[in-house]
Ligand binder design. Structure first.
Ligand SMILES: Cc1cc2nc3c(=O)[nH]c(=O)nc-3n(C[C@H](O)[C@H](O)[C@H](O)COP(=O)(O)O)c2cc1C
Length: 151
């Protein structure tokens, strides 16, 4: 099975989670009655670098992003727009499942719901979504350089 982990990350939190997830999946031990993770191909790429060939050859997509103002950031919506098949390329193939994850400093608002709705026209079907609480990076914009928050 081909698993594509793709993400947008402004300051590194989401990239960290995406790479950690890829590392854990690659290292997963085979469990009784389950195939070894090594039977899977796991790739981890920033969303800006994902092209059509990778998307069409993928069985599961994990899409990660930071919450910006209780929503997903523009590069994620750009990715969603790119994933709407042209009418001439419409297919009856089943939609590819997507697992959404977002990193946040405090509250995600309706970001997952809004993004799930935006993805209804794409080749993807949102199967699950999780939010992950991280150290918020927005305070870096306003806090004193060298102060406790920067450390
Ligand atoms: C411009 C900006 C807006 C943000 N808005 C929110 C927000 O509405 N809710 C929240 O919980 N975190 C918010 N954050 C914090 C980020 O979502 C959080 O730090 C995230 O993990 C950053 O991920 P990244 O390092 O991959 O960019 C914001 C951060 C920035 C820079």
């Amino acid at each position: 099975m081909k698993i594509l982990i793709t993400y947008f990350s402004g300051t590194g939190n989401t990239a960290f989670v995406a790479e950690k997830l890829a590392e854990c999946l690659r290292a997963a031990e085979p469990r009784q009655g389950r195939p070894a993770a090594t039977n899977h191909t796991i790739s981890c790429t920033p969303v800006e670098r994902v092209g059509d060939p990778e998307l069409t050859a993928t069985d599961i997509v994990v899409l990660g992003f930071p919450i910006y103002a209780c929503d997903a950031p523009a590069p994620i919506y750009e990715f969603v727009r790119r994933s709407v098949p042209a009418p001439s390329r419409a297919t009856s193939a089943p939609a590819t499942p997507v697992v959404l994850f977002c990193t946040k400093g405090m509250v995600a608002g309706s970001a997952l719901r809004r993004l799930t709705r935006a993805m209804t026209l794409t080749r993807f079907r949102v199967a699950a979504g999780v939010t992950i609480l991280m150290a918020g990076s927005d305070a870096l914009l306003t806090s004193r350089r060298g102060g406790w928050y920067h450390r």
